[in-house]
Write a new protein. Structure first.
Length: 436
């Protein structure tokens, strides 16, 4: 059976040919337009990016290379005795568009384990960070510091041809994915625990289980949760802030480290990945305010209206593209129903799910009153003892690296150019609309 790189070498020529043909034969076909409202409105729905790895339907949610989340749960290889997909499997799927065999995933796990290990300057830098520095800032900085090992930079400086850029980008991407669990675990240990990782990477363990061990967790159920978590947060097509930033920075031929670090800075914003930390703090505040007891839907609704009326958003609800409950929320809810049905916080999260869509509909602003991925993840993590809210977005980031770096590899395969859309001024728009 071919390894990941061997399989990519087999697949790539046909895809390159397809894109070349599309560009020459249909290059002038219009796939989207842009209105004044869209230009001012964050370019919502403007079709102007190509991302191979996943696609988001407003009603159905994400498909990774054509597969829904339940299909990934069913078809991707699992750990022995496990029920959730191994993140290595989705990495393979996103890169190749194919479901790997068990043995291909095992080989990939081993390859990642071999690539793990941090240079000394990175460990000492993380250890020197103050505890007050947000873990996402630590993550972005640590990824930047890892850039000293970039194989793309080496290849580029030695004059490697453009059609080979993807190979060193793949190497860098696999290296950084392999190293991220240790980076994240060290940030965790440094910020909240005694400062050191005691687990040594085990080539016979999967990438996710090595990660949880380094963080100091060894429960089989938590391993399962993390495999699911690290699979579903990988990718959400190309226009979201973390994916688009990684792609944009990468388009300047910045390597995987520079591009990912930039993407992580975007993920750290409260309207994007940081929402998962905000959700748990918000939910726990609500729980405390309600006297740590079960209350009626009316009492809960009143408490939620209070925050909305004070001008705050309900974190974890709404989405720029989705118009239904996020399937990433649904699969986490199913995990909770299976493993922690009686957890008080899960019960509150469920009750919030019962009341918030109506509240946001009455509130009348948001285009989507349903929950997104961030509305559920914190509740599951805290159940297994991971209670440090500020750390949650780092987990999101470790997973997101898999998606955005797979995309970056394809940007290089297809030779996408530097991104440079045209911007206009308000004066230009004003005279344009008046010239009609
Ligand atoms: N609570 C209250 N108001 C909300 C809201 C919410 N959950 N979601 C949207 N709105 C408001 C917006 O603030 C906006 O108000 P404005 O006109 O006064 O500026 C209005 O409704 C229209 O926004 P809408 O077009 O529906 O949403 P956007 O595409 O602009 O923004 C996000 C999408 C996700 C940013 C928005 O719904 C939000 O702020 N949600 C809460 C934060 C959150 O959960 N983010 C995580 C999203 C995601 F899954 C991820 O990236 O991780």
């Amino acid at each position: 059976e071919p390894t990941l790189k061997e399989r990519l070498i087999q697949i790539i020529p046909a895809k390159q040919e397809q894109v070349k043909q599309l560009k020459t034969e249909h290059g002038d076909k219009i796939i989207g337009t842009c209105t004044v409202a869209q230009a001012y409105g964050g370019m919502r729905s403007v079709k102007s990016l190509v991302t191979e790895t996943s696609s988001l339907d407003p009603e159905e949610g994400i498909r990774f290379r054509g597969l829904t989340i339940p299909e990934c749960q069913e078809r991707l290889p699992k750990a022995p005795g496990g029920a959730e997909p191994l993140p290595e499997g989705i990495l393979w799927l996103l890169l190749t568009g194919e479901v790997p065999s068990e043995s291909q995933v095992k080989t990939l796990s081993k390859d990642l384990a071999k690539r793990a290990g941090l240079p000394k300057h990175v460990t000492s830098m993380i250890k020197a960070f103050p505890k007050e520095m947000h873990p996402m800032s630590q993550l972005a900085a640590a990824i930047l510091a890892l850039q000293s090992g970039s194989k793309f930079v080496e290849a580029y400086n030695s004059g490697v041809k453009k059609d080979k850029y993807w190979e060193s980008t793949l190497e860098d991407s696999l290296d950084v994915i392999a190293k991220l669990p240790e980076v994240a675990a060290l940030i965790y240990q440094n910020t909240y625990k005694n400062g050191d990782i005691t687990h040594k990477i085990d080539e016979n363990l999967d990438w996710s289980a090595n990660f949880t061990r380094m963080m100091g967790y060894s429960s089989k159920e938590f391993d399962e949760l993390m495999r699911l978590y690290l699979t579903i947060h990988t990718d959400h097509e190309g226009g979201n802030v973390s994916a688009h930033t990684t792609h944009l920075v990468g388009s300047a031929l910045s390597d995987s480290y520079l591009s990912l670090s930039a993407g992580m800075c975007g993920l750290a914003g409260p309207l994007h990945g940081l929402a998962n930390q905000e959700v748990l703090s918000w939910t726990m505040n609500l729980q405390e305010k309600l006297g740590n007891k079960q209350v009626s839907n009316e009492v809960l609704s009143d408490a939620i209206w209070e925050g909305l009326n004070a001008g705050r958003v309900v974190p974890g609800f709404g989405h720029a593209v989705l118009r239904k409950t996020d399937p990433r929320y649904t699969c986490q809810r199913e995990f909770a129903l299976k493993h922690l049905p009686n957890d008080p916080l899960f019960k509150l999260v469920s009750q919030i799910y019962d009341v918030v869509p109506d509240i946001l509909t009455k509130h009348g602003k948001t285009k989507n009153p349903f929950p997104n991925v961030d509305a559920h993840s914190g509740c599951l993590l805290q159940y297994y003892g991971l209670k440090e809210h500020n750390f949650y977005t780092v987990l999101f980031g470790v997973s997101r690296a898999i998606g955005v770096l797979s995309s970056l590899v394809w940007d290089r395969v297809l030779g996408h150019p530097i991104e440079r859309p045209k911007s206009v001024t308000t004066e230009w728009i004003s005279s344009f609309v008046n010239s009609d």
